[in-house]
Design a protein around this ligand. Sequence first.
Ligand code: 1GP
Length: 251
Amino acid sequence: MKYKLYNQLVENKKTGKKSFSVLIDPDKVDISAIEQLVGLSIDAKVDYFFVGGSLIISNHLDACIRQIKSTCHIPVILFPGSPSQVSSYADALLYLSLISGRNPELLIGQHVLSATQVKNSGLEIISTGYMVVDGGAPTAVTYISNATPIPADKNDIAMCTAMAGEMLGMKLIYMDAGSGAKRPITETMIENVAQNIEVPLIVGGGITNPEKAYLNCKAGADIIVVGNAIEKDASIIKEISDAVHSIPVTI
Ligand code: 1GP
């Protein structure tokens, strides 16, 4: 049971089933707004909720997740911006190492400091090679991480970074242009990475329409994450979910 969610991700990849994840930043939603968001997500057959953010302003992470869990069975996966964003109410945690950067604190330092807390949380822990790609403007993640993102046109660097992450034992690769990125990651870069790794590939950052979500999946993304565009207009949840799920399962 410990790798329940991860095993499902691997199974999905084998069959070519693409997934859609709605990103909820606890600082950007009221508890009252979550009910509506969850309702739309159930109707749209959303696969996962990712919960997390770069800052902690509101300090209602637990309440936020409990609200989601009280109204649906969609798995909640923590996407933490810092070690303090651990909540036992979630189903799993992306244990992120910022492999695109050279800031030792985000490669291993904070992990050491929070290892006991993370292990004792009882959450399913999924080690994730986190790659930030330049999205055309400084985003919260590039500023806070104090690390240079991979240039948007350096497909080889992205490919080799992902390959190294996989060979180091990371179970997922997450390519992120940063929340609200002006330019999402190109399909060419996604394709280069996807063709050279076997672990599931998550892609997010600046995806604002169903067409881009679809193209990213065709290029090899297994999970599409959208946050910012949904904060602006939640009705887009269904359009993007339909686009992601329109890709036929191959086996
Ligand atoms: C950011 O990948 C996520 O870490 C989602 O980005 O908010 O731009 O959709 P957006």
